[in-house]
Design a protein around this ligand. Structure first.
Ligand SMILES: Cc1cc2nc3c(=O)[nH]c(=O)nc-3n(C[C@H](O)[C@H](O)[C@H](O)COP(=O)(O)O)c2cc1C
Length: 110
């Protein structure tokens, strides 16, 4: 379970960046898992209320995603519907669809 505290420990003020912190922690887990030969699969599709109850997560924490960590299996062990999908090349969106840049040419002109 990847969750994060919504307030600062000392001042108790709200931490508006808590989801950023969760994302950064998540990414670090990805990198270290890969470093140790493990695979991570994050999932947002689960019952948050039930997860909070089962893992006894305090109200001051926001539940983010559920993460499965393990060793890579073989394609044979997958259910039929995932076998084909798993052998297809992964497709990623081009950067132009997810990053929005201002034309800063005038800033650097002398
Ligand atoms: C925030 C987030 C939530 C996700 N939720 C689910 C989920 O509920 N179930 C699922 O099967 N995959 C979910 N995924 C997708 C997988 O974690 C994974 O990114 C995807 O299968 C692509 O895998 P690949 O990087 O090996 O191509 C989620 C991914 C992200 C980033």
């Amino acid at each position: 379970m990847c969750d994060h505290k919504k307030t600062y420990a000392d001042s108790k003020d709200p931490n508006r960046l808590y989801f950023h912190d969760l994302g950064a922690a998540n990414e670090n887990m990805f990198l270290e898992s890969f470093n140790q030969g493990l695979i991570m699969h994050e999932m947002g599709g689960f019952n948050v209320t039930l997860a909070k109850e089962v893992f006894k997560i305090p109200d001051d924490y926001e539940v983010g995603i559920m993460i499965a960590i393990g060793y890579q299996g073989t394609n044979d062990s997958l259910p039929e519907k995932f076998k084909v999908k798993n052998t297809k090349p992964r497709e990623r969106k081009p950067l132009s669809q997810i990053a929005f840049l201002e034309d800063l040419g005038h800033v650097y002109k002398k």
